[in-house]
Design a protein around this ligand. Structure first.
Ligand SMILES: [Zn+2]
Length: 576
């Protein structure tokens, strides 16, 4: 930045400082309230102006001081929102030398002594003006004692004294003080309004500028008229030609908005190549990756707001088409992109190579854009109720005809899928004609159908099947099995089937218990689901997500009595 820039900056900034409230851009609510208070003669003894840094609190305070003390060009005017700017009080206040208008910064005067100074001064009449006015900036920085001293004054303020407080942190100002003030909130000036303001100044100053360039300045100013004007100054000092978006982008180290629009539109359409090319262009022109991501976030926010039904009045013209197009991606996709970008933005600052990180982020964004949203996934899921809890096995991959597996499983002894298949078919225990059990799971089902839940549980946990034929059951038992188990089984089987049963203990090892099978199946389900390409992609889309539980879709076919069948799979906590 050279001397010319500095000079121009000072000139323009001062030249367009608002001299009346009507010139105060974007603070209509404040002006209306003040105007009403003035007209109705209800001006408070104390005002508090609050708003973010750089939004014009101090100049508003001075403007107010002028309005309160202006006597008009003929010397007979009263308090006004249109200070003349020419009378002695107006001129003195503008140059900061009015004896009755005292400005102080609480950030550097926080002690009780300063407050006492104020109070001592309050006792005196104004020297020449209508009101003695104390402007205290960053009032929240005052000490507790200073607040207490001030409070006493505010409780019984002399007629000729006014306080104007300014603060960026209204919450830190004690309520006892606030309750004695008229509060005015200064708003960030909407970008649309800033663009108009800049355009009108450009017209007056004969600065040629493309609207997109002014839009870029307005966005960078983040609602501050002062910042917008200073940026316009800098930009205008760089060239005698028309201001272009590229020029402003260079100056700000930001991507051109068209670059951001191109990156985002391509990425959300899943076009990685185009998105990366657009980023490379922006980067080559000096755009900071972090700024680009911030700009993408801004666009996503605007598009989401639009998709959510917000009016488009606040959109800058050059943004409109892109925002409308982006909104068509829908709130779910935009929300997902927002999450990705927000996380990526945080990571950029720690990354050794922020450009590479930004490229990775764009690739991820484009990749995620091709993935279905949770809503899409729900719609695509097969409606077969048993799909979710059918254990995958080599014969039954998770996504192929799972409905068939569950019915077949009933007849496949010891097939992992059998454990988690739906309960036995109704005729087994509803028709009164007990079928002969074909498998261990059939025996468990029989036990449960006859309400022998303890026995069923013991079979699951302790019985290793060695052989099963008509009326003959050969088993091995786990070490901790109850001694009576084999006998109980023989007795109950006889009752359930109306046939004699021989249950013998084998010295062979036998198969795994049903409980072991179930645990294994559950682990397989977990692995299969974790490895499933769709799930992998979902996990990639929601970084940091874990599989906490695998729950089957609600199935009308699940017999409540057999809820235990699936419980070991369903309720198991699985953290990825
Ligand atoms: Zn005046």
């Amino acid at each position: 930045m050279n001397d010319t820039t500095q000079q121009t900056y000072r000139v323009l900034a001062r030249k367009y400082r608002p001299e009346t409230f009507s010139e105060l851009i974007g603070q209509d609510a404040l002006v209306r309230t003040l105007s009403n208070a003035l007209t109705l003669g209800r001006l408070a003894h104390a005002f508090v102006l609050t708003g973010v840094r750089g939004i014009g609190k101090t100049s508003t305070a001075r403007l107010l001081a002028k309005g309160l003390n202006c006597i008009g060009t003929d010397g007979s005017g009263g308090p006004t929102l249109e200070p003349c700017g020419q009378c002695e009080p107006c001129l003195a206040i503008a140059s900061g030398r009015h004896v009755d208008v005292l400005e102080m910064d609480a950030a550097s005067h926080t002690g009780v002594d300063d407050a006492r100074e104020i109070i001592e001064g309050v006792g005196y009449r104004p020297v020449s003006a209508r009101y003695k006015i104390y402007i205290i900036d960053e009032v929240h920085m005052m000490s507790k004692n200073a607040f207490n001293a001030l409070l006493k004054t505010l409780e019984e303020p002399p007629d000729a004294v006014k306080f104007i407080f300014a603060t960026t942190e209204i919450r830190k100002v004690p309520v006892t003080i606030l309750s004695r003030c008229q509060r005015y909130d200064l708003r960030r000036v909407p970008a649309v309004m800033l663009v108009d303001h800049l355009a009108s100044i450009c017209a007056k100053e004969k600065i040629a500028a493309r609207p997109e360039a002014l839009a870029m300045i307005a966005r960078a100013a983040e609602g501050s008229v002062r910042d917008a004007l200073s940026l316009l100054d800098q930009a205008a000092a760089m060239t005698a030609d028309a201001l272009t978006p590229e020029m402003v982008a260079d100056m700000l180290g930001r991507p051109g908005r068209s670059d951001s629009q191109a990156v985002l539109t391509a990425a959300l359409a899943g076009d990685t190549t185009t998105a990366l090319t657009a980023f490379a262009n922006a980067y080559a022109r000096g755009a900071e990756p972090e700024m680009l991501v911030a700009d993408l976030l801004d666009l996503i926010h605007l598009a989401s707001m639009h998709a959510a039904g917000a009016p488009s009045d606040d959109l800058i013209d050059s943004d409109k088409q892109t925002v409308f197009d982006l909104a068509d991606f829908g709130i779910a996709r935009l929300g997902r992109a927002w999450q990705l970008l927000l996380k990526g933005h945080g990571e950029l600052t720690h990354a050794p190579d922020s450009a590479a990180s930004c490229e990775m982020l764009i690739i991820r964004l484009a990749h995620a854009a091709l993935m279905p949203t949770p809503g899409d996934i729900l719609q695509k899921l097969p409606t077969a109720p048993t799909t979710q809890h059918t254990a995958p096995s080599p014969k039954t991959p998770p996504q192929s005809a799972p409905a068939e597996t569950s019915t077949q499983a009933k007849h496949q002894n010891e097939a992992p899928a059998a454990e988690t298949s739906p309960p036995d078919q109704p005729e087994t225990h509803a028709a009164g004609q007990p079928a002969m059990p074909q498998s261990l799971i059939d025996i468990v089902t029989l036990a449960e159908a006859n309400n022998e839940m303890l026995l069923a549980a013991r079979i699951r946990n302790h019985v290793r099947l060695v052989g099963l034929q008509q009326g003959r059951l050969e088993i091995a038992l786990t070490g901790n099995a109850p001694d009576t188990l084999a006998g109980d089984l023989a007795k109950q089987l006889g009752q359930w089937t109306g046939q004699r049963w021989l249950v013998s203990l084998s010295d062979k090892d036998g198969a795994k218990t049903l409980a072991e099978d179930a645990a294994e199946a559950a682990a397989k389900v977990h692995d299969a689901i974790t490895m499933d390409p769709l799930v992998t992609k979902i996990m990639a889309v929601f970084p940091g997500a874990t599989i906490d539980a695998i729950t089957p879709a609600a199935s009308p076919e699940i017999d409540p009595q057999n809820a235990d069948d699936t419980a070991s799979v369903d309720d198991e906590e699985m953290s990825g």
